[in-house]
Design a protein around this ligand. Structure first.
Ligand code: SF4
Length: 63
């Protein structure tokens, strides 16, 4: 599965990176980026937590 960050919504709060540092990283524009093309099974729970914690609902699975 893939996950994406909507940069029109992301405000750089960083909760996603705290929940799943293996998956999300910040770049020079202070927005969150997905580091992995495919999310391995063992990281899915962390991504789900990041989705729940994001105050801007900016993270979602790619259907
Ligand atoms: S938690 Fe949401 S708003 Fe905050 S940096 Fe991550 S994607 Fe952006």
């Amino acid at each position: 599965m893939k996950v994406q960050v909507d940069h029109d919504r992301c405000e750089g709060h960083g909760k996603c990176q705290m929940a799943a540092p293996e998956v999300f990283e910040f770049r020079d524009d202070d927005l969150s980026y997905v580091r992995l093309d495919e999310i391995p099974e063992e990281l899915k729970a962390k991504v789900e937590k990041a989705i729940r914690l994001c105050p801007r609902q900016a993270i979602d699975w790619v259907k």
